[in-house]
Design a protein around this ligand. Structure first.
Ligand code: GLY
Length: 399
C-alpha cells in the first residue's frame, strides 16, 4: 500500500523530465518569413561589406549623413559582424559572405592578447567560436584558448569576479553584460581539460547572482566592489534610466547569461535564476504587446519611450534555449513569447527594407541613451542575436 502511494509522484517526476527538451511546432508562415530573411540577410550584408572601409568593423548607421559608422577591432562589438556573416553563410552558402568573414577574422585575430577588456567573449567567441563550429581549424582553437587566457587575467579571487570596466584604483567594476563572456571560458575547459576556466566562470556567475539582482530578479547594471575586501560599495545602472531602474538590455544579458550557465553546468540554481528573470521580463506591466521592450522598463515617458530591438533579439534567442530546459508549462510561455518577438522583429517598424539601412537587418535599437550615443539606430549586435534567434527557431540548433 505504501508503495502505491508513491506511484503518482513517480509518474509526475517522469512526466516532468520527459517534458524537458521538448520540441515545439514552429509556425509555418513565420518559418517561411525566416527563410526569406536569411536570403535577404545575405544581400544586406553584401551591401554592408561594399561600404566598409579597410581595417574597420561596422557598428551602426548614421542615417542623417548616410554613413556606415565603424570601429577598430578593439571595440566590444567587433566579433558580431564576422559572426553574423558566418551564421548567414551557414544558411545560404553565399561564399561572398564567407570570404568577407575570413577577411574580418584576420583583422580580429590580434585581440586574443587584449587584456584591457572583459568583452573577449563577445569579440572572440561570437566570431572565432562560430567559425570553429563551421570549420574545426586548430588555428581557431588556439586563438580562442589565448582569448580565454587573456580574459582570465582580469579575474580577482578576492572579489570573485572578472573585472569589467577599468575604473579608479579604489573600485572594481562589474557589469551584468559580463555574464555573456563566460561562454568562452566553458568552451576553453572543454577544449583543454583545464578546469580553471570553468571555475572562474562559475565563481563569477555566483558572485553576480548574489550582488547584481534585486528581490524582483531585475538586475543592476554595474556593481562597484572594493578591490581590497571584495565588499559591494555601490550599485548602479549606467546605461539605463536610473540606478534603480531595469535597463532592458541588462535584463536580456542576465537572462541569456544564466540560461547558458545552466546549459554548461546543469546546476538547477542557474535554471531557477533564468526562470525568475524571464518572469520579471514577461510579466512586466511595461512590456508592450509586440514584446519588444522599451529601452528601459522604467523609462519615464512610456508609452512614448524608445524601444530597444537589440534587447528583443537577445531575449528571444535566450528564451528559445530556456524553453528547452524548462518545465512544460513554462516552456510553452517562453516559446510563444520568443516567437512573438521574432515575429515583431521580422516586420515593420523593426525590419529594414531591402537595400536600405546600410545593410543592417534591424532598426530601432538603443545603445547608450544617457550618453546620447547610438539612440534609435541599427546595431551590429541586434542583428547578430536576431539571426541567432531565427536559427534557433528553425529547431536545428545544437546547444
Ligand atoms: N555594454 C554592452 C551593452 O551596451 O549592452
Amino acid at each position: 500500500m505504501l508503495k502505491m502511494k508513491f506511484i503518482p509522484v513517480i509518474v509526475l517526476i517522469i512526466l516532468s523530465i520527459a517534458a524537458r527538451g521538448q520540441q515545439f511546432k514552429p509556425n509555418a508562415q513565420l518559418l517561411k518569413t525566416i527563410e526569406a530573411n536569411f536570403k535577404k540577410g545575405s544581400s544586406q550584408y553584401e551591401l554592408m561589406m561594399k561600404s566598409l572601409e579597410p581595417g574597420r568593423f561596422p557598428k551602426t548607421f548614421d542615417a542623417k549623413n548616410n554613413k556606415l559608422v565603424t570601429s577598430d577591432s578593439g571595440w566590444w562589438c567587433s566579433g558580431f559582424y564576422p559572426g553574423t556573416l558566418l551564421e548567414l553563410y551557414a544558411k545560404t552558402k553565399d561564399t561572398a559572405l564567407l570570404k568577407e568573414a575570413d577577411r574580418m577574422l584576420t583583422l580580429l585575430e590580434k585581440e586574443q592578447y587584449n587584456k584591457t577588456t572583459h568583452d573577449l567573449g563577445f569579440m572572440m567567441y561570437c566570431s572565432f567560436g562560430t567559425a570553429l563550429k563551421l570549420d574545426p581549424k586548430p588555428a581557431y582553437q588556439e586563438i580562442l584558448i589565448n582569448s580565454a587566457k587573456s580574459l582570465c587575467t582580469r579575474f580577482d579571487p578576492k572579489v570573485g569576479c572578472i573585472k569589467s570596466w577599468n575604473g579608479q584604483k579604489n573600485e572594481f567594476l562589474v557589469i551584468i553584460d559580463n555574464m555573456m563572456n563566460l561562454e568562452l571560458l566553458f568552451w576553453a575547459t572543454r577544449a583543454t581539460g583545464d578546469s580553471s576556466y570553468y571555475k572562474i566562470a562559475v565563481t563569477h556567475a555566483n558572485t553576480t547572482m548574489k550582488n547584481h539582482f534585486r528581490t524582483d530578479y531585475s538586475s543592476y547594471h554595474v556593481i562597484n566592489y572594493n578591490p581590497e575586501t571584495g565588499k559591494v560599495q555601490k550599485k548602479q545602472t549606467a546605461q539605463g534610466y536610473a540606478d534603480e531602474s531595469a535597463w532592458a538590455r541588462g535584463q536580456a544579458w542576465g537572462l541569456y547569461g544564466y540560461t547558458l550557465m545552466y546549459r554548461e553546468t546543469r546546476d538547477q540554481k542557474y535554471l531557477d535564476q533564468a526562470s525568475h528573470i524571464a518572469s520579471f521580463i514577461l510579466n512586466h506591466p511595461n512590456l508592450p504587446a509586440d514584446k519588444i521592450p522599451y529601452w528601459d522598463f522604467n523609462a519615464p515617458n512610456i508609452p512614448d519611450a524608445l524601444r530597444d530591438a537589440s534587447a528583443g533579439a537577445i531575449i528571444s534567442s535566450a528564451l528559445f534555449e530556456l524553453a528547452q530546459y524548462a518545465s512544460a508549462k513554462e516552456a510553452k510561455v517562453y516559446f510563444s513569447a520568443a516567437e512573438q518577438m521574432l515575429k515583431s522583429l521580422s516586420a515593420a517598424p523593426y525590419q529594414s527594407l531591402p537595400g536600405t539601412n546600410a545593410g543592417f537587418l534591424l532598426q530601432h535599437s538603443v545603445g547608450h541613451l544617457p550618453q546620447k550615443s547610438e539612440v534609435d539606430v541599427p546595431l551590429s549586435y541586434a542583428d547578430y542575436y536576431y539571426v541567432e534567434a531565427m536559427e534557433r527557431y528553425t529547431m536545428k540548433t545544437k546547444y
